[in-house]
Design a protein around this ligand. Sequence first.
Ligand code: ARG
Length: 482
Amino acid sequence: MNQLDKKSQAWSALFSEPMSDLVKRYTASVFFDKRLWEADITGSLAHAEMLAAQSIISEADHASIRHGMATIRSEIESGAFEWKLDLEDVHLNIEARLTQLVGDAGKRLHTGRSRNDQVATDVRLWLRGEMDAIQGLLAELQRSLLSVAEKHADVILPGFTHLQVAQPVSFGHHMLAYVEMFARDAQRMKDVRKRVNYLPLGSAALAGTTYPLDRERVAKTLGMVDERGQACVCQNSLDAVSDRDFAIEFTAAASLIMVHISRLSEELIVWMSQNFAFIKIADRFTTGSSIMPQKKNPDVPELARGKTGRVVGHLMGLITLMKGQPLAYNKDNQEDKEPLFDTVDTLKDTLRIFAEMMGGQLQADGSRAGGITVNAEAMERAALRGYATATDLADYLVKKGLPFRDAHEVVAHAVKFASERGMDLTDLPLDTFQSFHKSVDKDVYEVLSLRGSLNARNTLGGTASAQVRQQISRHQLRLSST
Ligand code: ARG
């Protein structure tokens, strides 16, 4: 039996009584931080390789550590590894097992290292991997939305401001708005990754170490390098072991993604209600009611909207966790893990489910099936109901020489007149229009049509079909190179 195992604590000699069971449970993190096991082994192997290269440990010890870690890896993967609460966390569990397997070589692994720089390194390594997976999922969601945009580029729906019908827009344009949001989210994640990918190891407990470590070598082994291949090493030991700003930044970026998902969810929920009936989502994303047989509830978008609160809550948790901490490491930081893990899990599941719900499941031939169903007639009808082309009539009058403010007034009278009679602007006869202003001619009807209005907005970023198609190609090109 090794020292750690026998005494069950890494620091036993100094203590006159054992920890109570309650305190053990309160302070232990192994039941959640065991999730970091792979990063922990990877970090330890890089550290051991460097210790040997610097002749701080022998090649024989290095070989033993490697073999021992290989055994531990397979034990954990097969579920045979016995995680012990008494050994507090993932780091002490793995180290104790290593020493049990390879003896003194295992005890030498911790030379020039502390759990403080070890855990900071593990969390960064783990998070980096998850962020790469999130990048892939963000790209997939964008591709999915692009496929919806492409399929429905010519479908017209009312664009809203204040949830009041404003001007007609293309449904493709509407989807592309979300593609823009998720593209920025991906950029933001990419930027955060640069700061996550820094090496704390070698800072030891807080002040650095007396051993001649080669930290840059460890950074390179772990892929902690910048675009030019330069090692990214934390430059201040106190900062390296204690700040979790990288985790906060990540959670902030994750919160923004969830906020974007939540906005989309809110729209899906509104669009699915019978009063709108703009879209349907596939049955597998909805649930029925146990009492009202006619119901199909948008549970997935509703839950995503709800889970946004949860992720934003984690951001608040992490940022508050940091605020009162003096330098350097404090045990408070152990509380960074659960919110971070839950943020990653929630975000990944949400991105995956939205990619499939919107564009459908990716088929072998690259097409998609089973995404949202769009009711183009309902959308057009809604746009026609709301005088969505009133601005176009005003612009028409401006082109005939009226100052915009006067044109606005004339149109307001025309809209009032039509709405009192339950008519659309296009239903008004020409002489009625001319009673509002003499310059109105029969070309006004083209201007008042939804499609005419849409295609008139042919400036960069506008909703005209030509613009929407250009944007779709631009995004497709961008996403094909990621
Ligand atoms: N489980 C600890 C954490 O997650 C590891 C570091 C412990 N360091 C210490 N000085 N007690 O933060």
